[in-house]
Write a protein that binds this ligand. Structure first.
Ligand code: AMP
Length: 141
């Protein structure tokens, strides 16, 4: 399998599709999952094209996970979560649906079940409000 730059995340990076952006630097980009499994569910991607863990260089993986580590406490605080799940899927058999490597940052609350993976579309007003809350915490950090 070769990287296909018509995937949705490549289109978001090229600004051909909208997103609820929360963070960007020279190497990485983060935005809300449009079908969130929980409030504040965020995706972190490298700007470099790579399909998944089998394809990404160690250098790009390092910059990406560094962004995951930087954003996770801000996301937790923004939505007042009790904990945070980090998830990453490789190949369709494992549940990967978008073939540009990415990490899911999913806030969790005690006793609250996760919604299904890639389930219902999020409410646009709630997504916009959560993105704003996360950006505010990040800017204050
Ligand atoms: P994965 O199954 O790990 O490849 O996850 C892909 C994720 O991308 C799913 O959780 C989808 O809900 C999410 N997703 C798909 N299209 C978009 C989009 N246009 N904007 C934001 N998230 C998306």
């Amino acid at each position: 399998m070769t990287y296909d730059d018509s995937n949705v995340f490549a289109k978001i990076l090229r600004e051909e599709l909208p997103c609820y952006k929360v963070y960007e630097d020279d190497e990485t980009f983060a935005f809300l999952d449009i079908m969130p499994r929980a409030d504040g569910h965020t995706l972190v991607i490298p700007k470099n094209p790579a399909i998944n863990i089998f394809d990404v260089s160690p250098e790009v993986l390092c910059t990406t996970i560094r962004t995951v580590q930087r954003l996770t406490p801000a996301i937790r605080d923004a939505v007042e979560a009790d904990g945070v799940l980090i998830q990453q899927f490789n190949d369709a058999a494992a549940g990967q649906t978008v073939f540009h490597v990415h990490f899911h940052i999913i806030p969790r609350w005690d006793g609250v079940a996760l919604k299904p993976h890639a389930g219902d579309m999020g409410d646009p007003d709630v997504l916009a409000a959560n993105a704003e809350k996360i950006r505010t915490v990040l800017e204050a950090a």
